[in-house]
Design a binder for this molecule. Structure first.
Ligand code: NI
Length: 156
């Protein structure tokens, strides 16, 4: 397979500001893979390859934060029918059991029957997952998801 070089390797650095330093480095990869990457970049509106690479790296660092049990942030969303017996009570009790994680929550009445809740959380990944899975698995909850984000403290 033919490997092509993305940029010329110019091992020079320069100060951008007092907080971060930009380093330029070269990457070799298969032409086909690069073509697919460039197409992905265009489709997802990245201004250039560098910004797309940065986000790929950040994404992996955030995954690592979740795996390592560092303090993370996230959002739990659930959709449910509030007419279901005891459901609102159950979901409220769960949130009280995990109150130390919950930063804020928003309840939206989607229509006559359906409620949409967005719960912003911050804390230990395992606890956050416990709460998210518990809510999602509750009978009557039609949809539940967990967005794994970061406190951003260790990212540039
Ligand atoms: Ni509602």
């Amino acid at each position: 397979m033919r490997i092509i070089r993305l940029t010329t390797i110019t091992p020079h650095c320069y100060k951008l500001d007092t907080m971060s330093e930009l380093v330029r480095f070269g990457i070799s990869l298969e032409r086909k893979l690069l073509a697919r990457f460039d197409r992905l970049i265009r489709e997802t509106n990245y201004p250039n390859r560098s910004e797309a690479f940065r986000d790929l790296i950040r994404e992996n660092l955030v995954k690592k934060e979740w795996m390592e049990g560092k303090e993370v942030a996230g959002a739990i969303t659930i959709v449910y029918d509030h007419h279901r017996r005891q459901l609102v009570n159950k979901l409220t009790n769960m949130q009280h059991d995990f109150h130390e994680l919950i930063v804020s929550s928003q309840h939206i009445h989607l229509d006559k029957d359906n409620c949409f809740e967005i719960i912003a959380v911050k804390g230990e990944p395992k606890r956050i997952e416990q709460l998210a899975y518990k809510m999602r698995a509750t009978k009557g909850v039609k949809h539940g998801s967990l967005t794994m984000a970061t406190t951003g403290k260790e990212l540039v």
